[in-house]
Ligand binder design. Structure first.
Ligand code: SAM
Length: 212
């Protein structure tokens, strides 16, 4: 995603502590207390401008959501969505997914969403893909046994690679769609990238996979 330099972004993020988690590592093991209830917690990694996570939070008030985004300049747009909607069940975190183990205890996260993750098409960059085996191991460490990842993308190369990666890791492929918008899947919440690429005529690939 193109990231413009927004020097005011940090200040704005700091002024909404009810939505932007300021010291995420200090909340490790205490996420239910942070939300003030014991509802399930679903996270989206690479949340971008936040349309998906706020849409999901609105659609499913019985679930808590955290959007995780590396780019400060992008997460401010997600914050704007949350401020506008005044949703109590969604928060954002400005960290690198590589730090997830420092932020969540084993089993604290009930589901992980990966939407339109950066494809890193060059083979020498494969380790940066969010479906690379080291990330799958990281996710396994914060999910409960049999936890699930729900993944969608417009990028066929990344999708094929990811199905292989999930499978080689020993995960169960529970659902695969090679054309989400023509499938019978209900309740889809579009992301910003999903809208952009589907408007250009791209197919959207989606899968749900589960750890053994
Ligand atoms: N999910 C959004 C959508 O579908 O519209 C954004 C997709 S964009 C292609 C990928 C996003 O993932 C970018 O905003 C990028 O900053 C973020 N990202 C990439 N690597 C990340 C990481 N290791 N940890 C957290 N966010 C990451």
């Amino acid at each position: 995603m193109r990231q413009r330099n927004k020097p005011w972004a940090r200040e704005k993020l700091a002024s909404y502590p009810q939505y932007i988690i300021q010291e995420p590592k200090e909340q490790k093991g205490q996420w239910q207390a942070c939300f003030g209830n014991n509802r399930p917690l679903h996270i989206e990694i690479g949340t971008g401008k936040g349309r998906f996570i706020t849409g999901m939070a609105k659609q499913n008030p019985e679930i808590n959501y955290i959007g995780i985004e590396l780019a400060e300049s992008v997460i401010v747009s997600a914050l704007d969505h949350i401020i506008e909607e005044e949703l109590p069940n969604v928060k954002l975190m400005n960290i690198d997914a590589a730090e997830l183990r420092e932020v969540f205890e084993k089993g604290e996260v009930d589901r992980i969403y990966l939407n339109f993750s950066d494809p890193w098409p060059k083979k020498r960059h494969a380790k940066r893909r969010l479906t690379y085996q080291t990330f799958l191991s990281l996710y396994e460490d914060i999910l409960p046994p049999h936890g699930e990842i729900h993944f969608k993308t417009d990028n066929q190369g990344l999708f094929e690679y990811s199905l292989m990666s999930f499978s080689q890791y020993g995960m169960i492929l529970k659902y695969v769609s090679l054309d989400l918008h023509q499938s019978d899947y209900e309740g889809n919440i579009m992301t910003e990238y999903e809208e952009k690429f589907s408007n250009k005529g791209s197919r959207i690939f989606r899968c749900e996979v589960q750890y053994r």
